[in-house]
Design a protein around this ligand. Structure first.
Ligand SMILES: Cc1cc2nc3c(=O)[nH]c(=O)nc-3n(C[C@H](O)[C@H](O)[C@H](O)COP(=O)(O)O)c2cc1C
Length: 193
């Protein structure tokens, strides 16, 4: 029997990331999990959903740029803390060792094994949130998290965010190949190999 959950958003788990901006001349970071892939192709566009009350929004509007940084499991305490303090009251600029890429206003976190810098493309204005859509201009990964030249999420050990239960989950084991495991069924339905 299905229980009606009143239009709850159940689109979880989502990756937890640290978004980097520069506000009033200082790097600032916030933790978010409401991220999306908008255009998978060239160029690549991603979205980040930020409540309007956050400090970080000003920096994205000002510099038209932001970074997305993937913390690993060993950064869970830092990541959670960054998501509970605002740059309005607390200077978060010294919390991480930073590096810069091509864009001003998109500081990236050295300790995060995967980083992307994004140029602001558009802002979708919702009543309580702004969705910033960014074009990825460059992506970086520590060599230690690559397997065969591509990012290996088993090595990244991302934090998966579960809003309904307010938990961070870790990644499990891969168990099937995409665009592959369904081929036998496709063949029986369509005759295609
Ligand atoms: C696990 C976690 C996930 C969060 N996800 C989001 C999110 O997707 N969008 C958002 O606007 N705030 C999110 N937050 C809240 C912000 O990170 C938090 O309010 C932060 O203090 C804002 O910082 P700022 O005011 O310096 O920008 C999340 C917090 C945590 C701990």
């Amino acid at each position: 029997m299905k229980k009606n959950l009143d239009a709850a958003n159940l689109l979880y788990p989502m990756p937890t990331v640290l978004v980097g901006t520069v506000v009033k001349g200082r790097p600032n970071f916030l933790t978010i999990a409401h991220v999306g892939i908008m255009n998978h192709g060239h160029p690549q566009y991603v979205s980040i959903g930020l409540a309007k009350i956050h400090y970080s929004n000003q920096g994205i509007h000002e510099h038209k740029a932001f970074s997305i940084n993937f913390p690993s499991e060993d950064m869970v305490e830092l990541t959670d803390c960054v998501g509970m303090i605002s740059g309005k009251k607390t200077d978060k600029s010294g919390m991480f060792e930073l590096f810069e890429g091509e864009l001003a206003g998109a500081p990236m976190i050295v300790r995060c094994p995967v980083n992307m810098e994004c140029r602001l493309h558009d802002v979708v204005d919702f009543p309580t949130h702004e969705v910033f859509i960014g074009e990825i201009v460059a992506s970086y990964a520590d060599e230690e998290v690559l397997t065969g030249g591509v990012v290996d999420y088993a090595k990244v050990r991302p934090l998966l965010f579960d809003m309904p239960r307010r938990k961070y989950w870790r990644l499990g084991e891969p168990f099937a190949d995409c665009w592959s495991v369904g081929k036998r069924l496709r063949r029986s339905l369509t005759g295609e190999d």
